[in-house]
Design a protein around this ligand. Structure first.
Ligand SMILES: Nc1ncnc2c1ncn2[C@@H]1O[C@H](COP(=O)(O)OP(=O)(O)OP(=O)(O)O)[C@@H](O)[C@H]1O
Length: 310
C-alpha cells in the first residue's frame, strides 16, 4: 500500500528539466524524507505529486487517485513559502486553514485551541499573528496544516527557520502523526533531520533520484570502519589486518573485512597484539549520502550549525 506512487515524472520550465524522470514509492504510514541541495527539484516534485502542477510526462497516484488534486481534503501541505494574515488571531488562522480543506470553522476553532494548548501555546490563541515570534507563527501554520486530520502530510523544508526547541517539537509532532498511521513526507537539505526521523528517503540532485529506499539500506552500502589500538606494534597478528589499513602510532584504521570481526579478534588475541581499544563504527547517513550522490552534491547540503538541532 503506497500513499504516493510515481513513475517517470518529468517537469520542465522553458526546456529546463527541474524534475527529470523521477520514480518514487512512499509506503502508507511511513516518515519519508526527500533529501537534496537547493535547486535539486524537491519543491517542483512535491507540487507535481500533489497535483498543484501537472507533469510533462509520467504517471502518479496520490492516496490511490490518479487525479491528486481531488484528494486535497485528505492532504495537509506546508509550502516552502510561509505566509499568514498578520492581523488574524492564531486560533482563527488554524480554523481558516482547516476550512480551506473542508473542516467547519467551529470545529477548526475547537481543535485549534486544543492543538495550541497541547503545545503549551494556549496563551497565544487570541493573539494576532503579528504579535507572535517567527517560530510560533510557523508552528501555527503547521497546526493549520494538520487540523483537518489529513491522511497524508507534505512538508516542504519544515525545519528551516526554526530554532532547536521548535525543531524538536516539530520532530515530535511528525512522530506522533506517523504513530497514528498518517504518512508524512518532508523535504530537507539537512541530512541529520532525515537520519533521525525517516525510515525511508529519496536522494535527489539535478532533478534525478539517485536513491529511494530504507535509510538502513543506504547506510549498508558502506562497510563499517574499525579503529584498533594495540600495545605491540609488530607480530604475526599484523597479517590479519586488511591491506588498506592506515597506521597511526599504535592505532590501526581499516574497513571491516567481509569475514567479520571474529577471525580478526582471534588473530589479535592469539598473536598477543595486546588490544587496548577497539571500536566498530557503522557509517552514518552523511557518509552514505556522499557515496551515493557524490562529494560535490554533499558539499552543497547544509549541515546544521552546532547546537542548532538536538
Ligand atoms: N516556476 C518556475 N519557473 C522556472 N523555473 C523554475 C520554476 N520552479 C522551479 N524552477 C527551477 O527548477 C529548479 C528546481 O527548483 P525547486 O524549487 O524545485 O528546487 P528545490 O530542490 O526545492 O530547491 P529549494 O530548496 O532551493 O527550493 C531550479 O533550478 C528552479 O530555478
Amino acid at each position: 500500500m503506497y500513499a504516493i506512487e510515481a513513475q517517470g515524472i518529468v517537469k520542465q520550465f522553458d526546456g529546463f528539466r527541474a524534475v527529470d524522470g523521477v520514480d518514487l514509492k512512499v509506503p502508507v504510514g511511513s516518515i519519508y524524507g526527500i533529501l537534496g541541495p537547493n535547486g535539486a527539484g524537491k519543491t517542483t516534485m512535491l507540487r507535481t505529486l500533489l497535483g498543484i502542477i501537472d507533469p510533462d510526462a509520467g504517471v502518479r497516484t496520490l492516496l490511490g487517485s490518479d487525479r491528486p488534486i481531488t484528494q486535497s481534503r485528505n492532504v495537509g501541505y506546508l509550502p516552502e513559502e510561509r505566509g499568514l494574515y498578520q492581523s488574524m488571531r492564531a486560533v482563527d488562522t488554524i480554523a481558516f486553514m482547516g476550512a480551506l480543506r473542508g473542516l467547519s470553522l467551529k470545529e477548526g476553532k475547537e481543535k485549534g485551541r486544543a492543538l495550541l494548548e497541547e503545545a503549551g501555546l494556549g496563551y497565544a490563541a487570541d493573539r494576532q499573528i503579528r504579535q507572535l515570534s517567527k517560530g510560533m507563527a510557523q508552528t501555527v501554520q503547521l497546526m493549520g496544516t494538520i487540523v483537518h486530520d489529513p491522511k497524508l502530510i507534505v512538508l516542504d523544508e519544515p525545519f528551516s527557520g526554526l530554532d532547536a526547541l521548535n525543531q524538536a517539537k516539530l520532530e515530535k509532532m511528525i512522530r506522533a502523526q506517523a504513530a497514528r498511521g498518517v504518512t508524512v513526507i518532508f523535504s530537507t537539505h539537512v541530512i541529520a533531520h532525515a537520519e533521525r526521523l525517516c525510515e525511508r528517503i529519496a536522494i535527489i540532485a539535478k532533478g534525478k533520484i539517485s536513491f529511494d529506499g530504507l535509510v538502513s539500506e543506504a547506510r549498508d552500502r558502506l562497510r563499517p570502519q574499525v579503529h584498533l589500538e594495540t600495545e605491540t606494534l609488530d607480530g604475526i597478528w599484523r597479517k590479519a589486518l586488511p591491506a588498506d589499513t592506515r597506521a597511526e602510532g599504535h592505532w590501526w584504521h581499516f574497513t571491516l573485512p567481509e569475514t567479520g570481526v571474529e577471525p580478526l579478534l582471534t588473530a589479535l588475541v592469539e598473536g598477543k597484539a595486546g588490544i587496548k581499544s577497539l571500536s566498530i563504527e557503522r557509517p552514518g547517513l552523511h557518509d552514505a549520502f556522499v557515496a551515493i550522490a557524490g562529494e560535490s552534491v554533499a558539499a552543497e547540503m547544509d549541515e546544521p550549525i552546532a547546537g542548532e538541532t538536538l
